[in-house]
Design a protein around this ligand. Structure first.
Ligand code: G3I
Length: 479
């Protein structure tokens, strides 16, 4: 902690290249705030600081966040590790204007204030999108002229509110179908392609300094959808539309990294626009294995390397930095572990992959990364059972070669049991899924060491023992 504290203070005191216009006004007070939040991160004494590595390369490394969580460890890592932040939801139309003419800027304000206090860029996301529109808009009936006015006024209102405080705006999000044709959103259907030009022009008029992006998914490698985006950007440029950049979301599947990523970024850059990876995550089938996490490291590294190889690639944003805050498990059941930190805020191999791509040459502590062990073993026993109750005793052994400094053990009940009270861990249950998180006193498990925790539970019919456990997302052996 002493080393981390010194580094955090040094970092706050050192001159930083301008990371946002607002950051030029970084006061001694906010510099102290950086130092203070920095105390909690990096997680391990020798861990790299992604924002500093990225800055040294003239880029940003960012994360999407849930703004209501920006305190404690979550806030500390966000501030210490990233020099750009994006609200996952809080700047979307449905969030800021749930009722027509009635605005809620709480989450968006919190994000912008947090970024300024910590010398971070803001990627504003997103102004015009077919999804997450307020009900009054999605279900309303408007003439074409009325809809155009509503859209332009929305863009103007939001960009004006944050004028001078947003570095990049995703002005239009996901305008394309998978075959590269225009998506039949309300905006396109009623207004035609000119809705895009209008939105960009409204944004430019309201906040001339913000870089204005169009953003989509499945355009990362070359192909029909990427070609559709390429043609669209050509058309917009030809019309003099003020478009500055193209965002490639990068919602990737482990093992399916597009081999044409760098070439694709480059061909857009050659059109005279900036490019960025805006929503990177790399999902896998759960439970994650050590081999999958190692491959994920390589792929996070490769995406970062591809961006660095393209001069106009301004930076990379992870779509959430921790697996505890990722949209993937909700939308792709059985998939997850898609971000650089695990659910206990421990850096995964992917975090070290990003750092290595950014030029870090340190030691990740063996096993490819921080708190991710190279192995674990769980012993599950039921020393007593009565009527419909039982007591369970669990031993978790770190069979890897690196220490664990925070743990979450997960399992699924095979016969509908429930946990009623626990000791030496906080145990929560959702349906048949159980998560046991370390207590403060037993967070650390040295290599070769073990911890014990236990709980009382309820059962009926059968009390079959679980057969599979994971530690911080990686599968354990069971005995
Ligand atoms: O806030 C409500 C909460 O009150 C309620 O209890 C809960 C019940 O489900 O829902 C909460 O809202 C959810 C919201 O995320 C905040 O957590 C919505 O249901 C859920 O649909 C929404 O998902 C977001 C998704 O966009 C919507 O399409 C994800 O968090 C967000 O990460 C995701 O982000 C998108 C980008 O904007 C565009 N590119 C794709 C990316 C992934 O889908």
């Amino acid at each position: 902690m002493r080393t981390a504290k010194l580094r955090a203070l040094r970092r706050a005191a050192a001159p930083r290249p301008a990371v946002s216009r607002a950051a030029t006004a970084l006061t001694a007070l906010t510099a102290l705030a950086v130092a203070m939040v920095g105390l909690a991160a990096p997680a391990h004494a020798a861990d790299p600081v992604l924002r500093d590595l990225a800055t040294a390369k003239g880029r940003y490394y960012g994360t999407a966040v849930t703004t209501s969580k920006l305190t404690g460890t979550y806030g500390a890592i966000t501030a210490a590790q990233f020099n750009s932040v994006t609200p996952g939801n809080e700047m979307k139309w449905g969030s800021v204007e749930p009722t027509r003419g009635s605005f809620n800027w709480d989450g968006a304000d919190r994000l912008v204030n947090f970024a300024e206090a910590n010398g971070q860029k803001v990627r504003g996301h997103t102004l015009v999108w077919h999804s997450q529109m307020p009900n009054w808009l999605a279900n309303g009936t408007f003439s074409d002229a009325e809809l155009r006015t509503i859209m332009n006024e929305h863009v103007t209102t939001e960009t004006t509110r944050y004028k001078g405080r947003i570095d990049h705006w995703d002005v239009v999000n996901e305008p394309l179908n998978e075959d590269g044709t225009m998506r039949a959103s309300t905006f396109y259907t009623q207004l035609g392609e000119s809705y895009i030009a209008d939105a960009f022009r409204s944004a430019r008029a309201a906040d001339p300094a913000a870089k204005l992006y169009i953003n989509d998914y499945n355009t990362d490698g070359t192909g029909a959808k990427s070609n559709g985006m390429y043609s669209l950007v050509q058309r917009l440029k030809a019309q003099g539309v003020p478009i500055d950049g193209v965002g490639f979301q990068g919602h990737l599947i482990l093992g399916q990294l597009p081999s044409t990523l760098q070439a694709n970024l480059q061909r857009f850059a050659d059109l005279g626009v900036d490019v960025a990876i805006t929503e990177l995550d790399i999902r896998m089938t759960l439970p994650a294995t050590t081999a999958q996490l190692a491959q994920q490291k390589d792929e996070f590294k490769a995406v970062t390397t591809a961006c660095l190889a393209v001069t106009r690639c301004k930076g990379v944003t992870a779509w959430g930095f921790t697996d505890s805050d990722s949209w993937i498990p909700d939308v792709f059941p059985g998939q997850g572990a898609a971000t650089p930190y695990d659910e206990s805020f421990q850096p995964k191999p992917a975090y070290y992959g990003i750092a290595e791509a950014l030029g870090w040459t340190g030691d990740s502590g063996g096993g490819g990364g921080g708190g991710t062990p190279t192995g674990c073993a769980v012993t599950y026993a039921v020393p007593s059972q009565w009527n419909n109750g039982f007591t369970a005793a669990v031993t978790l052994r770190n069979t890897g070669s690196s220490p664990v400094s925070g743990w979450t053990v997960r399992w699924t009940w095979p016969s509908g049991q429930s946990v009623t009270s626990a000791w030496n861990a906080t145990v929560t249950q959702s349906g048949t899924q159980v998560a046991a998180v370390n207590a403060a006193h037993n967070a650390a498990i040295p290599a070769g060491g073990s911890v014990d925790f236990g709980f009382n539970g309820g059962w009926s019919g059968a009390n079959t023992a679980p057969t599979a456990f994971t530690l911080n997302g990686a599968a354990c052996t069971t005995s």
